[in-house]
Ligand binder design. Structure first.
Ligand SMILES: Cc1cc2nc3c(=O)[nH]c(=O)nc-3n(C[C@H](O)[C@H](O)[C@H](O)COP(=O)(O)OP(=O)(O)OC[C@H]3O[C@@H](n4cnc5c(N)ncnc54)[C@H](O)[C@@H]3O)c2cc1C
Length: 555
């Protein structure tokens, strides 16, 4: 067809960039929380996940979605999920970077920063492809819970910490790497797991301890090709945590049957399934009848990942918006030079940096698990960060998408990364405890006698730096001590999140970022949508800080 027009004013995509080198908020958060951390692995990972080659894998894994194969050609039940080669390429990269269980290896633990290194890597990888991080996250999170069955943990730890990705469904001892998932949610309830109906009948004892025969179902069972799962089932003593491998120690398949794969809004590259167990074999982990606290040792770490993952997605959406608006012209100027667009972008940049700071701060507490203050921070900030960061995600993604105009809304065979981010965002808020459940969990956390004092200690370094923060920080410990009612739980979670974010920005961010964050989020100089920062904000300084290319300018 003859050309009718020149194509112009369409920005170059953000490709082949080092996602770590260009992320100053993440670097600052690491310098603050993990001084002395060797960031060379992050620089290498930043180049890999920012490469056009890996982006192609991310697109293909989302376009060619997983397929369930219940039976073989000859009618045998196989219960396997088939993935596109790009899914495996992404998994191999994530495992190779040690984003699953490697942080728990003795070699990583001696660094003192293993969880933060892994947290930063997880955030960077999210900018490449978030859905494969579901099995990666669960394989990371499982260790604190699984360790309570020493025999199983000894057998499985080498595979869970290995940097080899091995997708074959075969007995654990023949594999170079292992992955794990979790099964709690049933049809009748996911938040109230005590209503689980799956039954487990005692079936003797062997080298892995007390064995059970499990019958029932799970309604959401993500990454069913994992090698094993922690599940909840009712034994004679009540709800208990069980280890259920897909392949039994003698090499035979366990009695786990995949009914179908979920047709999801986003998270397309990852398979989420519905499964049934028919006399499946499983082993007890932890104390019988204490399944909920046992599996929540895993849930706590996946909640950390929800906060990290959403922060990574925010950063990616912001980078795409900045990349677009620095190139696209409208009404005689680059979009980023238009005052109102500056306001939108700067507001998003504040939100993104605050999310990064809070998520990394939470990750620090896992590196210092022996410290009493950090233990309270883990308990307090896990529901707070999961609630607030994930709650902000969808609104953030919509606004960042709008910066790209109509092109932001277009999928174009998976090229439309903004659309993928938008579809992914609500997920971190729902799974592993939806918003209300997180806010209610904060109330439980506050029952710890030292929560108010620990919060005051956390906010103390920022005292005197901003009037609105001082005002909030003075009132917050008393509100914490009084213990809010359920009706007030979301408001309290929000205020704790904002206060901690502001105190962190006081210590890690330029003055322009800190003061604009406090003025808007704490001081009331803000509307109900992004892009409503007040006068006196140093927009250019905030935008310079956020640029994905250090060489690009907002001016
Ligand atoms: C893509 C995807 C993958 C998933 N993968 C897994 C998986 O691998 N393993 C797994 O176990 N689960 C998985 N889940 C399930 C997920 O964890 C649950 O959906 C979630 O915990 C909510 O449970 P529910 O869907 O039963 O909703 P419900 O428990 O019915 O909750 C519905 C709403 O009610 C609110 N609510 C509940 N109780 C209260 C209360 N007391 N007060 C106020 N509000 C309340 C909740 O916050 C929520 O907003 C997955 C979910 C999704 C979407």
């Amino acid at each position: 067809m003859p050309a009718t027009h020149d194509v112009f004013n369409q920005p170059e995509p953000l490709a082949d960039v080092n996602l770590f080198a260009g992320n100053r908020p993440l670097q600052a958060a690491l310098t603050f929380n993990a001084p002395g951390l060797d960031t060379a692995p992050l620089l290498a990972l930043g180049a890999t996940v920012g490469s056009a080659d890996m982006r192609r894998h991310a697109r293909l894994a989302n376009v060619h979605t997983p397929q369930l194969k219940t039976h073989s050609r000859f009618g045998h039940r196989i219960d396997q999920v088939e993935f596109h080669p790009s899914y495996h390429a992404l998994m191999a990269q994530a495992v190779g970077a040690g984003l699953h269980g490697t942080a728990f290896s003795a070699q990583q633990q001696v660094t003192g920063h293993a969880h933060q290194l892994r947290a930063a890597g997880f955030m960077l990888f999210t900018e490449l492809e978030p859905s494969i991080l579901c099995p990666i996250s669960m394989s990371y999170a499982v260790t604190p819970a699984l360790r309570d069955n020493t025999a199983i943990y000894q057998d499985w730890a080498p595979g869970l910490t290995s940097r080899q990705y091995d997708p074959e469904l075969k007995v654990w001892r023949e594999k170079t790497g292992l992955t794990m998932g979790m099964g709690m949610t049933e049809k009748q309830g996911g938040s109230d797991v005590r209503a689980n109906t799956t039954r487990a009948v005692a079936d003797g004892t062997d080298a892995w301890g007390q064995r059970f025969s499990v019958t029932g179902h799970k309604w959401f069972f993500s990454a069913p090709m994992c090698d094993a799962f922690l599940i909840l089932a009712q034994t004679a003593s009540g709800l208990s945590c069980l280890f259920l491998p897909r392949v039994l120690p003698d090499g035979s398949p366990n009695q786990l049957f995949i009914q179908r794969l979920k047709d999801k809004l986003g998270n397309k590259a990852n398979a989420s399934s519905e499964v049934e167990f028919v006399d499946a074999t499983a082993w007890l982990v932890g104390e019988e009848g204490r399944g909920v606290p046992q599996i929540l040792a895993m849930g706590t770490m996946t909640r950390l990942d929800c906060a990290l993952g959403t922060s990574g997605l925010m950063r990616q959406a912001l980078s795409l918006a900045l990349n677009h608006t620095t190139q696209r012209m409208a009404f005689g100027k680059r979009l980023i030079e238009q005052p109102l667009m500056k306001n939108v972008l700067a507001d998003l940049a504040l939100e993104s940096e605050a999310a990064t700071a809070l998520a990394l701060r939470l990750a620090r507490s896992f590196d210092r698990a022996g410290d009493a203050h950090e233990q309270v921070m883990t308990r307090l900030l896990t529901p707070v960060a999961k609630f607030w960061i994930c709650k902000r995600g969808s609104h953030f993604a919509q606004e960042a998408m709008e910066c790209l105009g109509g092109n932001g809304y277009v999928e174009e065979g998976g090229e439309g990364v903004m659309a993928r981010i938008y579809r992914e965002m609500p997920l971190n808020s729902i799974w592993e405890g939806a918003g209300n459940i997180m806010a209610l969990d904060l109330l439980r956390a506050l029952r710890k006698a030292d929560a108010a004092a620990a919060l005051a200690q956390e906010l103390a370094p920022a005292r005197g730096m901003h009037r609105a923060l001082d005002h909030l920080a003075e009132r917050l410990p008393a509100r914490v001590e009084e213990m809010a009612t359920e009706m007030e739980a979301r408001r309290l979670a929000q205020d704790v999140a904002l206060a901690v974010q502001a105190a962190l920005l006081a210590q890690t961010a330029p003055a322009a970022v800190f003061s604009a964050f406090c003025d808007s989020r704490l001081g009331g100089e803000w509307g109900h949508s992004f892009g409503s920062l007040g006068a006196g904000v140093d927009f250019d300084a905030i935008l310079e800080r956020a640029m994905p290319h250090p060489s690009t300018s907002a001016r």
